[in-house]
Design a protein around this ligand. Structure first.
Ligand SMILES: Nc1ncnc2c1ncn2[C@@H]1O[C@H](COP(=O)(O)OP(=O)(O)OP(=O)(O)O)[C@@H](O)[C@H]1O
Length: 719
């Protein structure tokens, strides 16, 4: 369709491209696609760089204590009480929520999928009726943020936690013991705190006035100027037995003040609004990395008690690195001939010493620049990498994929033989320090423990201490690549099975005040036990006109994902922002003030969009079809519609979606055990498959780049 047809001037077009994207992403209208564009990636990089600057290049990672086998996801057991129904598919759950498969003759005791779902809900009995907002203000003045960082650093200088063991992986033992440091209170770290704390939240008023359009409990926290109590942010970690896995008895996750988005207004006791920590799903018995303010002061985290070093002990620390380096060198020597060594790659020459050094420098710079009059706070500098295993302890099998923020390999733990996925953190060639996005991801994933969130087991370092890898449970597929190999889309009962898991994971995130912000099928992993897990918590940088996001942003994505699972095709497959908006409006109708009262206030809404009057979604997903279109019952369509509701205030929540009647009608959700299995995709680079399949010109461009780059040099699979 020409520009003329849709009524855009060139100026409008530009505004759409550079203004509306902000608006639409802010409201969760664009899912994933934009991140694929080179232009966007460039901007992402710029944003990252800007953020890292804010953080003084601060380099700090999470620590964790030992945790065993907690990836959970334990498959549901088949259960009796199967109600035969002509419409049921093999593996469908029975209508009473039991896991009895239709072809199951015997009735084993077991936890039903639905029951498990209920448990997931119950595990966090917080009535999550409130939309949670991320008080992130991207265009905040940098200096203001810096000032906040500094002032917070000072305030919290004496509140640092005692030194503690680092990542569970740092003390690798075949039989990990409960950490003696369990129950230690660990200040949360990460940029998210930082952002949150330095942001003011202008939350929108109450519930929708349009109950007819809203089936879900809706927001909202009615507060203003919410400030995060960062100094008090704590993670309460409970003792666990080795091998203890998550289940129904989610342990206290953290107090509300530990939430990345917790605010003063969110004080416990506010009925229904503040999750009691007792009620939150448990987090991993790992410590989340140190506080943002601590990061601003320190360089690394020590794995050992007594390794705390004060500012000024740079020499000592360097020596420490040096000796570590030496020992690793010898290990590397032994492995030099091993072609599978992980740190062969790539073209990145950064090293941790330099990271540390530059951290130090930038920190010093920062300190002297911004807080000349302030006495330096007590420094507790710890070395995150000491004690972490080397990636040499893994044998690289093949590259799985390469995303924006990291390369993912399939690898084998040489000690245990376990197959894992290793995500190598991409560092900027310009040595800008540890990427903030990766820091976020490591921090979040180490702290989370949920069957529907990918498990990060540990962090390991390259032989030269020049690279960082996240060791994750290996998942055979991602849904995007998988669907590209499938001839038929998933059946309704399979989609229900996948959606239930996805919603369970998202609910867990939202209960923990985390917005994923980049949910898409390539970030949903599936193993051959039918278990779905959400990955990629790099939290795409959103360049928005709108200033706040809420959990609704993820729910929109879930609508897109549900549609894609049903049809095996992306719902809105625009190749540009402009095209994407156009497709959305054509299918859902152009939003207006009536259906979305805040719409016209959004920066991007000034563009004079063509008014598509009707919502044509039902045509794409009819109740019956003779044309091969994916069919969807009325209840299913209702859910899809509620996920794809323009107004974020009216969009359904994860909790409400989990309880939607679609999951209770036939065909019932398939039990995970009965989900189809697919040939493992490990033999192929998923990225290449996508590139080769995609007609997207941007992908074509990228493919050329790849060919000129490392693919051209060969060695993709053989290393
Ligand atoms: N634990 C895992 N097991 C198997 N494959 C994985 C795992 N984690 C990630 N992958 C694969 O690697 C791909 C990229 O991973 P991920 O999305 O975490 O990287 P990214 O750099 O953040 O990507 P993006 O460009 O989407 O932001 C995924 O789409 C998936 O195919």
């Amino acid at each position: 369709m020409s520009k003329k047809e849709i009524g855009y001037t060139k100026g409008d077009y530009e505004r759409v491209r550079y203004g509306v994207r902000d608006y639409e992403k802010g409201q969760g209208l664009v899912r994933g696609r934009g991140r694929d564009s080179l232009e966007y990636r460039g901007r992402v990089r710029q944003k990252d760089i800007k953020e890292r600057d804010l953080m003084n290049g601060g380099y700090k990672s999470s620590s964790s204590s030992s945790d065993s086998g907690s990836s959970g996801g334990g498959g549901t057991r088949r259960c009796g009480l199967a109600v035969r129904h002509v419409d049921r598919e093999p593996g469908e759950l029975s209508s009473d929520g039991s896991d009895g498969a239709i072809d199951s003759g015997t009735h084993a005791n077991g936890e039903s999928e639905v029951k498990k779902r209920e448990n997931v809900n119950q595990s966090s009995p917080v009535q999550n009726k409130k939309r949670k907002f991320s008080p992130i203000v991207w265009d905040r003045d940098d200096r203001e943020v810096s000032r906040v960082i500094n002032s917070r650093s000072n305030v919290d200088a004496n509140n640092l936690p005692p030194p503690r063991p680092l990542v569970k992986s740092c003390s690798q033992s075949p039989n990990p013991k409960p950490s003696p440091h369990a129950n230690v209170q660990v200040p949360l770290t990460d940029d998210l705190n930082l952002e949150a704390s330095s942001s003011k939240v202008d939350l929108r008023p109450g519930l929708s006035d349009h109950p007819a359009e809203t089936s879900s409990p809706q927001p909202e926290e009615v507060t203003s100027d919410k400030n995060i109590r960062t100094g008090e942010e704590e993670l309460h970690v409970r003792n666990m037995e080795p091998g203890e896995v998550d289940g129904e008895d989610y342990a206290p996750a953290r107090t509300i003040i530990s939430s990345r988005w917790a605010t003063d207004d969110d004080s416990p006791g506010d009925e229904g609004e503040i999750p009691d920590h007792e009620d939150l799903p448990k987090l991993k018995r790992r410590s989340v990395s140190d506080s943002a303010e601590a990061r601003g002061r320190s360089k690394s985290i020590s794995p050992e008690v007594g390794e705390v070093q004060r500012e000024g002990s740079e020499v000592t620390r360097r020596r420490s690195y040096g000796s570590d380096e030496r020992s690793r060198s010898s290990s590397r020597d032994n492995n030099d001939e091993n072609d599978n060594s992980m740190d062969i790659d790539d073209n990145q020459n950064y090293d941790v010493a330099s990271v540390s050094q530059s951290d130090s420098e930038s920190e010093d710079d920062h300190g002297s620049r911004d807080t000349p009059d302030l006495a330096p706070p007590v420094q507790k500098s710890v070395n995150m990498l000491q004690g972490c295993r080397s990636v040499d302890e893994f044998e690289r099998l093949n590259k799985i994929d390469e995303g924006t923020y990291g390369v993912v390999y399939r690898a084998r733990d040489k000690k245990t033989g376990e197959i894992v996925a290793l995500k190598k953190v991409k560092m900027e060639k310009e040595r800008e320090g540890f990427p903030l996005t990766s820091l976020r991801e490591i921090n979040i994933l180490l702290s989370f423990n949920h069957p529907f969130i990918v498990d990060v087991k540990e962090v390991v370092v390259g032989s030269n201490l020049d690279s960082i890898f996240m060791v994750m449970e290996y998942m055979e597929h991602d849904l995007k690549a998988l669907m590209e190999t499938m001839k038929q889309p998933f059946s309704q009962s399979e989609v229900k099975c996948l959606m239930l898991q996805l919603l369970g994971g998202v609910k867990y995130l939202h209960d923990n005040w985390v917005l994923h912000r980049d949910l898409k099928t390539s970030n949903l992993l599936l193993n051959n036990r039918g278990e779905l897990k959400i990955c990629d918590f790099g939290l795409a940088q959103l360049l928005l006109g709108a200033k706040q996001y809420s959990t609704a942003i993820d729910m929109w994505s879930l609508g897109c994902i549900m549609a894609e699972l049903l049809s095996k095709e992306p719902l809105f497959n625009g190749k540009t922002e402009f095209e994407q908006l156009d497709k959305i409006f054509r299918i859902l109708g152009t939003p207006n003030e009536t259906i979305w009262p805040e719409f016209s206030k959004l920066p991007g809404a000034k563009v004079n969009f063509v008014k598509h009057q009707y919502n044509l979604l039902r045509r794409k997903f009819p109740a019956t079809s003779f044309t091969g279109s994916p069919v969807l019952s009325d209840a299913g369509f209702d859910l899809l519609n509620k996920l794809l509701t323009y107004d974020p205030e009216k969009r359904i929540t994860a909790e409400a979606a989990l309880n939607h009647e679609w999951f209770h009608e036939v065909p019932l959700p398939k039990s995970k055990e009965f989900m189809p299995t697919f040939p493992a995709q490990h033999a192929q680079d998923r990225r290449m498959r996508r590139v080769m399949k995609s007609p997207d010109p941007l992908e074509e461009l990228r493919r050329k780049e790849l060919q000129q780059g490392e693919l051209g040099t060969g060695g993709l699979f053989g290393q």
